[in-house]
Design a protein around this ligand. Structure first.
Ligand code: ADE
Length: 318
């Protein structure tokens, strides 16, 4: 119910399929209410809930909500950004894409909540970094008890799962624009799922080709045509996927280190400099990532061929 004063709340129309009663979300108890992450539009907080979307009993969930705005303009763009992400997530249905569970969209009753599945192992970058750190600390032991062993086969499996999610997005004509290990979540049974659609753009919508100047750009993951001409396509996502492969095999290292000025990086990339082969990465995997970094987008492999090659590798070693 909108009234005619300057300050009013106008609720979004209720989408019965997804609307969830906000009073049923619980942010209290050990670990609940804790901030899990921060994005361009919001923050993600751990919560729990009973019987959401056909899941019997209590489930842990991750709730994305607007972060504290700096200004009124800010608040509007933060909420529109989050609504955009919500609408994108409603249309996604794939085992390697993080699932939407519901939303609380009635702003007259409280803040916008986007409820999604909780990833117990957090994001892939931190997961890999923590693994590397604990492996170094446990070097004296033969086989640390209870410690997950990340074999090359595990890494290839993770890469294949991510490629499978990325292929699904490509088939739906979605460009993610921010494929990176920080935006992959590690869920139950170490299943990898793509997340963070805050920057995703619908390829059918020509508006998204318009040049913008705002926002922080993930330059180290960006294809040359993206930072040069603001062009984002499935093939520019493939470039980012190559950088993501490099992050996996380097166990969460920062690409190109953290000292290089971005202007120099851009010059170097155009001159043909590429990330080197991580220690322990096979020549086949390195060739795959290097192929993702071809200057001509049409020379880069398709997700179909990437997925085919990764599955082939999994069949070779058992
Ligand atoms: N960080 C961001 N999103 C998350 C999620 N769904 N689960 C766990 N940690 C997260």
């Amino acid at each position: 119910h909108c009234n005619s004063t300057i300050e009013y709340v106008c609720d979004f129309p209720v989408d019965q399929e997804w609307e969830f009663p906000r009073e049923q979300l619980s942010f209290s108890g050990e670990g609940y209410g804790e901030e899990l992450g921060k994005g361009a539009f919001g923050k993600v907080v751990k919560a729990r809930v009973a019987n959401i979307r056909g899941r019997p009993g209590i489930s842990d969930v991750a709730v994305k909500m607007p972060k504290e705005p700096q200004s009124e303009d800010d608040e509007v763009s933060v909420i529109t950004g989050l609504i955009e992400e919500l609408e994108i997530m409603k249309s996604m249905d794939h085992p390697n894409v993080i699932r939407l569970l519901g939303c609380c969209s009635q702003l007259s009753e409280g803040p916008l909540f986007v409820i999604m599945e909780y990833a117990p192992y957090g994001n892939l970058k931190d997961f890999l970094r923590n693994y590397k750190r604990s492996r170094i600390q446990n070097m004296d032991y033969e086989q640390p008890i209870g410690m997950l062993e990340l074999t090359n086969r595990n890494l290839v499996t993770y890469a294949a799962q991510i490629a499978s999610g990325a292929l699904y997005l490509a088939e739906k004509k979605f460009v993610h624009r921010d494929l990176a290990a920080r935006n992959v979540l590690v869920t139950e049974n170490y299943v990898m799922k793509l997340a963070d659609f805050g920057l995703s753009k619908d390829l059918w919508n020509q508006d998204y080709y318009r040049k913008t100047t705002k926002g922080l750009l993930p330059v180290k993951w960006m294809a040359p045509e993206s930072f040069d001409e603001n062009k984002y396509t499935t093939q520019s996502d493939v470039w980012s996927f190559g950088v993501l492969l490099w992050e996996i095999w380097s166990f969460g290292d920062t690409p190109y280190g953290d000292k290089i000025p971005l202007e120099r990086l851009i010059v170097n990339i155009k001159a043909g400099t590429r990330l080197g082969k991580p220690e322990g990465c096979s020549p086949e995997i390195y060739r795959m990532m290097d192929n993702c970094w071809k200057i001509d987008p049409s020379d880069r492999p398709s997700y179909h061929s990437i997925l085919r090659d990764l599955k082939w590798m999994l069949q070779q070693e058992y």
